[in-house]
Ligand binder design. Sequence first.
Ligand code: HT7
Ligand code: ZN
Length: 843
Amino acid sequence: PRAIRLSEYQNPAFLVQDVSLTFRLDPHATRVFSRISFRRNPEGPGGPLRLDGEGLRLIRAAIDGTEVQPKILPAGLEIDAPDAFTWEAEVQIDPKANTALEGLYMSNGMYCTQCEAEGFRKITYYPDRPDVMAPFEVRIESELPVLLSNGDPVERGDGYAVWRDPWKKPAYLFALVAGDLVAHSNGFTTMEGREVALNIWVRPGDEDRCAYAMDSLKRSMRWDEDAYGRAYDLDVFNIVAVDDFNMGAMENKGLNIFNARYVLASPETATDADYARIEAIVAHEYFHNWTGNRITCRDWFQLCLKEGLTVFRDQTFSGDERSHAVKRIEDVQMLRARQFREDAGPLAHPVRPTSYIEINNFYTATVYEKGAEIIGMLRRLIGEDAYREGCDLYFDRHDGQACTIEDWLKVFEDATGRDLAQFARWYAQAGTPRVTAETRIEGGTLILDLAQSLPATPGQPEKAPQVIPLAIGAIARDGTEVLPTAVVELTETAQTFRFEVGTDDAVASINRGFSAPVILDQTLSAADRALLLAHDTDPFNKWEAGRALARTALVDMIVQSGAPDRHFVDALGPVISDNAQDPAFRALALALPSDDDLAQALTDSNATPDPDAIDAARTRMQTAVATAHEGALDAVYDAMKVSGPYNPDATDAGRRALRNAALSLLTHVDGGDRARAQFAAADNMTDCLAALSALIRTGQAETELQAFHDRWQNDRLVMDKWFALQIAGAPGETGLAVAQRLVEHPAFDWKNPNRFRSVIGALGMNHASFHARSGGGYALVADWLIRLDPLNPQTTARMTTLFETWHRYDVDRQDQAKAALRRIQSTEGLSRDTSEMVSRILG
Ligand code: HT7
Ligand code: ZN
């Protein structure tokens, strides 16, 4: 298949003025009637009308009422057309046979759609590209009780409903839902005085699990008004929960469609982390109404324009609602685990890629999370007021348009007068910058020598320096802050900065708040790091100091088979016991780097990671920490007990997080007694799963796993947890045997993406098991990806990223991983999605 290139972008030949669709729904033979008014684009390339279409049976086509016979192409049709005309078509599609979950498909008897990125072409013939925007009217004919589409309802009759969306939109934002659903309803009055009806549509029986999503939605709507001056613009906002969904959720105009796991929550079935994710995803999809829908992308290379910005907005919202410090640490943990990992391997690509074969493969951590980091850096460089001014200008200038990154940067150049040409390199150059920092103090002046480099990545051997905003502070040996946060801009390959600190004994705290998404090489002693862990006023760097101590101690244990480092173990004492600090922060500071983090750390120091040694070292370190601090951990375990009814807010969730971090450590020394008792007594899923996962680590959780299964066997979302936890959390290589057993379990409904991820994805998450010396982990994952690919290429392709780190390991493992990848690659009829991914991973 041919690569699509940014450099080959052409304006659309025809623009659409209005779209009218009728759906006569039928599981195997849905008829779609379209009536579309086209006019030739004066700025287009000319030529015939070309419409995208895939898997459609064309029944009839007409131009201005006259039947025509277009030329049918492999991916659409073509026909000569006048400069302005009405196109009519009738096509037939088969939603029930649509297992790819793109276009119109069925999930548990319900019709639903997923059109981003290029799913609309599986519904009818259309110019399926984001820069063609039009208002849509949709008539749905079906006996099902609930019939929904975008916009506001126009008419409801016996067996039909009509919806009209007055806002111009690209086809990827089209949505339709029909089913036997019930609503959890509420309302919201916008700052402009519009009364908006809010509905969350779910399967009967699930309506009492929607309250948190509804509350999150209302808080998001208010936040977007306060923080960005953006109000909702229709009379109805509908959310629908769907069981079979490839991703998290979709921001279709006025009709968001969600993976049910990101909507439904009750204290008994959802963890604190689930609640936080629901809040973030509801906010994310809602915020797209302005950043994505009212202003969309000109082409899919500009995906970060809507995704990076919207992630940045949802992260800021969650920080405002909860704790900025904790949220920042969690976001950086995620960035490092997913995006730095991507950047370090064969799938590295710029935030704005320049070519793709299958666009679905570019919904990546780089586009989303690094895209969000770029917005955060922009805001830091120009200041909050100028950032808001630029955003206001963006919304004024580009409302109703399909835009590029250049349009986005231009509003900030116009608002501030600042040249952002060098800043724009963040969008174009792949890879994680490395910043080396050497510090010394002379006569009370802190001298900071900084140098930046950007590694070569696929297709980009040479890089130019980027502008890197680094927030800097300094802490004197007595623990006082002698330099409050100041931001320096590193623009050259190497630069020196000076700060008066008034002492000759201080430690620089660099990249505070993780002001730039870089790898910082700063030579600090264990004592310096312990000082920052104890006294840094910047919560991110305080946490970072502890993490660096832990990582160094663990790497030493792995490489030199040494004992757990006493400095690190001792430094955790105050973290456990200092009640003046936020419990959520302390919980994060108590967690050790993951196995995958350690594998990357070893690779960075030119060692070959041994998954068994990594797993064993983590366990030994946890045991050492638990043994050294058993009394303090026990005290914290008791003190953090939350009384009263379950509340998912940040305060209670933070207490539970710290208590369960203590439990996890204590389980290394108490034989699992506390965990067993907590499992038996738990009245919420957070405490229940924490206890269960601590027991799973001991390899002695059979009774509890059975009890959990018996209680929740009829609850799909909770059973996903049951599968995932016992595979992902199993000690050493034992997760592989558990996964081999569970793929035979009658409840392993592998065609459901959530269930597939909770088994096969969970195996990939268990570092020692996926990378088992036998190669069995790679083989099992490959077997199942080969099986899923013909049904669901998108989910299969995404999951090939489990293999993206194969180059880190020893030659035997590399050979086994490559053999598994080649087996996938040579599968007959392999999808374009998976084939592109596997080729890139193999390099
Ligand atoms: N914009 C949405 C992306 C999405 C998606 C992309 C490809 C295939 C299926 C998909 N489902 C949702 C979600 C978001 O970023 O908000
Ligand atoms: Zn998004």
